[in-house]
Design a protein around this ligand. Structure first.
Ligand code: BGP
Length: 470
């Protein structure tokens, strides 16, 4: 091998046409939260109510200003070799009241962004709901309300009609379990309710809304694919003893199969349904719903993977007055020697990504999928900026590379995995951590009007995408 061959020698070669890119969401990047007719969403509202619940008191208006800088940002995506990018449409920008008249300025903005991506050979992957319920819809009950499901279907249908000629990859929801957990169980998203029964209704309506979106999309016979993005957290038992195994299985039912089964198979996990029935937590299900869910499973699955769950059998019973939680059935434990991203408090377990892909291959018909988020949030990255002004984020390169090795292994064993998107393209505002942890291939300097600069990982992924491997 001569030197040049050695430099471009690719050990981990990915399937042809592999999607390389990153993901972001409207509320976390656009800014312009009250201009050009955008309506308020729950984040704008919650920030007005309780700014102290947000890290450093920084709210969603202070984002990376993608609304104004999208051309510059898309040029950077192109520069670092992206052939795809997942964005989301803000429902409250398109329909300020959630329903009713469409906002022409928003239509124009999203056309401009989509056109700019396509002109740069970057395939737009478009999400329709990324945690940002329009306030007007929350005021009539949010996902607890059937009316909101209907309004969502009108909103997504308008998106398909308006943008479907250009967008060929749609996603009904991003991590739909997170608004359930945050908003209705663990108090980290608005409306900050703690009520398991409501949480189940919200989860159920979200699942139904996704199936109805798939149905609406197919009715238009557009030649694209529609999917959902789920955050999957493999549940590993502490030991092989039956009590630990059972605990891990129930945890998996609550946090993974709850959304995965209906989205991909059109059915609900029996063990979970049994618990809901036994405890009197079954949601209200209208006639015809279950057929809608059964008949409208997704074409493609986005997998967000950050961390596993380490599970053991329940050791002590909760206080009888404490509100019902999934954790009534299991405890978490800290696996000795585990690797941690201490900034975010999440375990790093690269093989988890392989286990998910293997599970999809074995148990979910090897559905077409891609890694739609994976990433490492790090505090204080400025200290890694070198004399030339580049952040040397070697830890992020290691993180991505080690995960990609497992994705590669899964692909070589027949997994139908088609791409890898990092969370996220550029440092952005996070729901409760604002700018504490930085995730991007590109840094955003908030003190210098959001000045962008490509990090070392951005140059690294440029090579990886060019070589379709590393
Ligand atoms: C996922 C979300 C993203 C993003 C990411 C990082 O759950 O889809 O929107 O925020 O997690 O998490 P965080 O911002 O909380 O560190």
């Amino acid at each position: 091998m001569n030197n040049q061959e050695r430099e471009t020698h690719v050990t981990y070669k990915f399937p042809d046409g592999f999607w390389w890119g990153s993901a972001a969401s409207a509320t976390q990047t656009e800014g312009a939260s009250d201009v050009d007719g955008k309506g308020k969403n729950i984040w704008d509202h919650w920030y007005e109510l309780e700014p102290n619940r947000f890290f450093d008191g920084v709210g969603p208006e202070k984002t990376s200003q993608f609304y104004y800088k999208y051309k510059e940002d898309i040029a950077l995506m192109k520069q670092i070799g992206h052939n795809s990018f997942r964005m989301s449409i803000s429902w409250a920008r398109l329909f300020p009241e959630g329903t009713g008249d469409i906002n022409p300025k928003a239509v124009e903005f999203y056309h401009n962004v989509i056109d700019e991506l396509i002109a740069n050979d970057i395939e737009p992957f478009v999400g329709l709901f990324h945690f940002d319920m329009p306030l007007a819809m929350q005021e009539i009950g949010g996902w607890e309300s059937r009316e909101v499901v209907d309004a969502y279907v009108r909103y997504v249908t308008a998106c398909f009609e308006e943008f479907g000629g250009k967008v060929k990859k749609w996603f009904t929801h991003n991590e739909p379990i997170v608004p359930v957990e945050g908003g209705y169980l663990y108090d980290f998203h608005y409306p900050n309710i703690v009520d398991f029964k409501k949480a189940v209704q919200v989860a159920y309506h979200t699942i139904l809304s996704s199936a109805k979106a798939v149905e609406a999309y197919r009715a238009l016979s557009q030649d694209g694919q529609i999917g959902i993005v789920l955050n999957l957290t493999p549940s590993y038992p502490r030991s092989q003893n039956p009590a630990d195994l059972k605990a891990a299985r129930i945890c998996d039912a609550f946090f993974n199969r709850s959304f995965l089964d209906p989205s991909v198979k059109g059915t609900f996990p029996e063990d979970l349904v049994e618990i809901l029935k036994e405890k009197g937590f079954m949601p209200a299900i209208a006639k015809g719903d279950l057929e809608t869910i059964k008949n409208n499973t997704v074409d493609i699955l986005g997998v967000n993977y950050y961390q596993p769950r380490r599970v053991k059998a329940k050791e002590s019973m909760p206080h009888p007055d404490s509100p019902f939680m999934p954790e009534f059935y299991f405890d978490y434990y800290e696996m000795p020697g585990r690797k941690m991203n201490r900034h975010r408090g999440w375990e790093i377990y690269e093989k988890g990504i392989y286990d998910i892909l293997s599970n999809l291959k074995e148990n979910y018909g090897n559905i077409e999928c891609f890694i739609s988020e994976n990433g490492m949030g790090v505090e204080g990255e400025e200290k890694f900026r070198n004399a030339e002004g580049m952040i040397e984020d070697d830890y992020r390169i290691d993180f991505i590379r080690e995960h990609l090795k497992w994705v590669h292994k899964a692909a070589s064993e027949g997994s139908n995995v088609k791409g890898y998107h990092l969370w996220t393209f550029m440092d952005n505002w996070s729901w409760s951590n604002a700018y504490k942890n930085r995730y991007g291939f590109v840094s955003v300097n908030l003190d210098k009007d959001g000045e962008r600069s490509i990090k070392k990982s951005g140059y690294w992924i440029q090579e990886v995408s060019k070589n379709n491997g590393f």
